[in-house]
Write a protein of this length. Structure first.
Length: 402
């Protein structure tokens, strides 16, 4: 086995590695001295990475990317042949859900089968993205059927987008594998990033990741339900929240009201519901509340304004503040609702570059009769306008009452 390990050209290969989860991880390992490769099917993203350009915005990543590419420690490729070159294969392809909210348990094994002919004796395959419970076992079965000596591990990521470059070294790393050798190899790799490792079985780790995201999603839904409760009675939820949190540690983690969206929280909560035979009342209620918040906002605006006669400007189309990522953003759901209800809808975002329909912020403000802050970008704290602003995030400090 040792001779096989020494024969690999690279230490780490991140499969699907030009995205928000994989690229920061690849950069971090390369910056620690590892020889790192990326396999990704997006030619455009591969080209950008090899030119030392970030395909998306991630604070703190641009400098290290340029450093490791220049040093020759990181290379991306759209050729599956690169999969054969590395000892550690880290897969950042998650389990999708379909239009009926059913997880596709076979998505990851099916994806891996497309380049399984590149797998080699002595490699370890590490699943990194969220998976449906039992997918690790499916991958183990698939690998066993290939007739090669390859370890399998599941080591879920828990970073927050926008904080990846710091949290990769700050957060404990969950490590799981069916075999002691797999656990030892995964532990040795991730101990490069952090000295604190949490050992679990694969099934425990799969649920730990889903529990993490469902817990956050439910907390956000609780805050949004409390916001609507206070707002319907003419009270300012944010004033109440700040007051009850003051020097009171048991309420210190109460989030503000706002859109709870993005590519993970909703999807993973629904995966957990499917795993439990759709018996997850808290998760389904959280979905109803969080996904219903755009409808609630428009309903409240209809009560105060003659929307059909107004041009409404939406400020912020990313799914979270300070991000350029529009995946599963509720700002777009808000836009669709308003396009049916309002006279005209204009949108702007200082970070998003992939939506050609967006207009400059100054133009949106000038042309709009009513503004909605949909994403809590820090730039909006300095917003000055005489137009009415619906500000559920309390970015302007005037309260979240609508």
């Amino acid at each position: 086995m040792e001779d096989q390990l020494c024969a690999f050209e690279r230490d780490v290969l991140v499969i699907g590695g030009c995205g928000h989860v994989g690229l920061p991880l690849a950069i971090a390992f390369a910056d620690l001295g590892a020889r790192v490769g990326i396999y990704d099917v997006s030619d455009a993203a591969v080209g950008k990475v090899n030119a030392a350009q970030m395909p998306f915005d991630e604070p703190g990543a641009a400098g290290p990317l340029k450093r490791v590419v220049t040093a020759g420690r990181l290379q991306a490729s759209a050729d599956p042949g690169i999969v054969a070159t590395a000892q550690h294969l880290i897969v950042v392809i998650g389990t999708p859900v379909d239009e009926h909210l059913n997880p596709d348990q076979a998505a990851i094994p099916n994806s891996l089968s497309g380049y399984a002919d590149q797998f080699r004796d002595g490699q370890i395959l590490i699943l990194r993205s969220t998976v449906y419970p039992g997918v690790t076992a499916l991958v183990e079965k698939m690998v066993a059927g290939l007739g090669i000596r390859m370890d399998v591990a599941f080591c879920p990521e828990r970073i927050a987008e926008g904080k990846a470059m710091s949290e990769l070294s700050e957060l404990p790393q969950i490590v799981s594998s069916r075999t002691p050798r797999g656990a030892d190899r995964a532990s040795a790799l991730f101990s490069m990033l952090t000295p604190v490792l949490v050992h679990m079985t694969p099934e425990e780790a799969e649920l730990a990741k889903l529990f993490t995201n469902a817990w956050r999603y439910i907390k956000f839904a609780t805050a949004n339900q409390l916001y609507m409760m206070a707002n319907d009675r003419g009270l300012d939820f944010e004033r109440i929240r700040q007051g009850l949190m003051l020097d009171y540690p048991r309420a210190a983690d109460m989030p503000s009201a706002g859109f709870a969206a993005g590519p993970c929280l909703f999807k993973d909560t629904m995966q957990l519901a499917a795993f439990n035979n759709n018996n997850f009342a808290l998760g389904h209620t959280a979905m109803t509340i969080n996904e219903g918040l755009p409808l609630y906002l428009v309903h409240r605006l209809e009560q105060r304004y003659d929307l059909p006669s107004l041009t409404v400007g939406i400020l912020g189309m990313a799914f979270k503040g300070g991000s350029d990522d529009i995946r599963s953003s509720l700002s777009y759901k808000l836009k669709r609702i308003l396009e049916f209800k309002a006279g005209n809808v204009l949108c702007a975002d200082p970070y998003v570059t992939v939506d050609p329909a967006l207009l400059p912020q100054d133009e949106v403000i000038a042309r709009s009769d009513l503004l909605i802050i949909a994403s809590p970008h820090p730039e909006y704290r300095n917003l000055v306008t005489d137009k009415p602003v619906a500000d559920i995030w309390n970015m302007l400090g005037a309260g979240a009452r609508l």
